[in-house]
Design a protein around this ligand. Structure first.
Ligand SMILES: [Cu+2]
Length: 135
């Protein structure tokens, strides 16, 4: 019986992160929202853009050079999100509300940096990853 209940717990815990197909669908929708709001593609911006939508970072993984400028844009209609490089010892960003952005220059060491959305990482699994390379 103990093994059964443990299995139940494990299943609940792993149901939060979305699978690849769901993530792709959410990110396609996020890009459509971005085009509707700005009239441009997120890839047409002069800085790298990560969209925040339905508790998902799009793309979830990005590689940038040290000193690069990065912009996270919230394309949700009602939810606010943040960007928090907690493991790197950074403070959580301010919350970005609908159609607002968080922008900063990458001052992290070379390597792999997971980051969180303060209000949504724990239960909704809103976690991204940034790989920083030498400039
Ligand atoms: Cu969030």
């Amino acid at each position: 019986m103990a093994a059964l209940s443990l299995a139940g717990v494990a299943q609940t815990a792993s149901s939060a992160p979305r699978n690849e197909a769901e993530r792709r669908a959410i990110c396609a929708e996020a890009e459509e929202r971005y085009r509707t709001v700005t009239g441009r593609a997120s890839t047409d911006e002069p800085v790298a853009v990560v969209l925040m939508y339905k508790d998902t970072f799009c793309p979830a993984h990005l590689t940038v050079k040290q000193g690069a400028r990065l912009r996270w844009v919230n394309v949700d209609k009602r939810t606010s999100h943040s960007v928090w490089f907690r493991d790197a010892g950074k403070p959580e960003s301010e919350r970005a509300f609908a159609e607002e952005a968080i922008e900063f220059t990458v001052d992290l060491p070379v390597g792999d940096h997971p980051y969180l959305c303060g209000p949504h990482w724990e239960r909704e699994g809103m976690i991204g990853r940034l790989t920083v390379t030498e400039r």
